[in-house]
Design a protein around this ligand. Structure first.
Ligand SMILES: [Zn+2]
Length: 323
């Protein structure tokens, strides 16, 4: 049994229950704050939207949500705390940094010319895990790292090495963003080479391709993987993701797979009208799609209740417990 930092304080890994391992409350690409016509940040109103959006998943039994938002994508642990408190589910927030192309690398890239920024990033992660985020008293419960399409940049490599060191010291798991179904094995290798425990690593966004050779090459390193963009069919079709999940379970990997949506109900910036084709391809994207549509489809294909429970309850618990 391991102790886990939630935004309302520590809990034991046995208390996690049904867990969505990679979600968000807000989507905020850096630069939204430079848009003079962006809607003002109203935490109270956003919290209401998030609580409403999560209610259906809670009705399906959701007990814990990991907010995978890294520091540089407008992470707001006060918002996490409000939502957790009002809804009565555990929320685990992240320390960590996003990929170079879409995050905020400028400060650290500048400092890299002068100092050892791998150590500085590690110190940031350690501060947020052991002492808390800013002065909120909220401690990070996961470390989020990310890499770009087809390569790991020097900046991203430093972030991954810092994360591995912090994981090694604290036991806090690492969850990753991969881009377009690339660099999963390389992420695992890099983290493990720096001393991270593979049992506390989850390689994310696996469903960006349907290549079982790619999936098993990651699994064979002893890490977890997550099909954590279910419902985002604008990137890849759920039908193929389901085929991969069913196939991998069929060859014995149910104990290494997690399911989630990478959903956020509120996007910062100006409101934007999506084209009809995008609306169609995102029609199922919500916090409850896994419960409403994916799990029933997996069961219809012969996946047992025991394996569903493994993916939704046991694997998240084991990721945090290091099993
Ligand atoms: Zn995400």
């Amino acid at each position: 049994m391991a102790m886990i930092n939630t935004v309302l304080g520590p809990i034991s890994s046995d208390e996690l229950g049904v867990t969505l391992i990679h979600e968000h409350l807000i989507l905020a690409y850096p630069g939204w704050e430079c848009d003079a016509l962006a809607a003002p940040y109203d935490r109270e109103a956003i919290a209401t939207v998030c609580v409403e959006a999560l209610e259906q998943a809670k009705a399906y039994g959701l007990k814990t949500m990991v907010d995978a938002t890294p520091i540089d994508l407008n992470r707001d642990v006060e918002l996490d705390r409000m939502v957790s408190d009002r809804l009565g589910i555990n929320v685990i927030c992240a320390t960590g940094l996003y990929m170079e192309a879409m995050g905020k690398p400028a400060y650290l890239k500048f400092r890299s010319q002068l100092v050892d920024t791998t150590t500085e990033i590690y110190e940031t992660f350690m501060k947020e895990i052991t002492q808390g985020i800013e002065d909120t008293g909220v401690k990070a419960g996961v470390i989020k790292v990310a890499t770009g399409r087809g390569e790991i940049s020097d900046y991203e490599e430093r972030v991954l090495r810092a994360a591995a060191r912090a994981q090694k010291e604290t036991g806090v798991p690492i969850i990753t963003h991969t881009e377009a179904g690339t660099m999963g094995p390389e992420q695992a290798d890099l983290l493990i080479s720096e001393g991270a425990d593979p049992r506390r690593i989850m390689i994310g966004h696996i469903g960006g391709n349907a290549n079982l050779q790619y999936h098993t090459s990651i699994l064979d390193k002893g890490v977890y993987i997550a099909f954590d963009r279910l419902g985002i069919e604008i990137m890849f079709r759920d039908a193929l993701r389901k085929a991969c999940i069913i196939g991998l379970i069929g060859i014995g990997y149910a104990n290494r797979i997690m399911l989630s949506h990478d959903y956020s109900p509120y996007w910062l910036g100006r409101s934007v009208e999506l084209p009809d084709i995008a609306k169609t391809l995102l029609a199922n994207w919500s916090y409850s799609h896994v419960f409403e549509n994916i799990i029933p489809a997996l069961k219809e294909a012969g996946v047992t209740d025991e394996n569903i429970n493994m993916m939704m309850v046991e694997n998240p618990r084991r990721l945090f417990a290091g099993e």
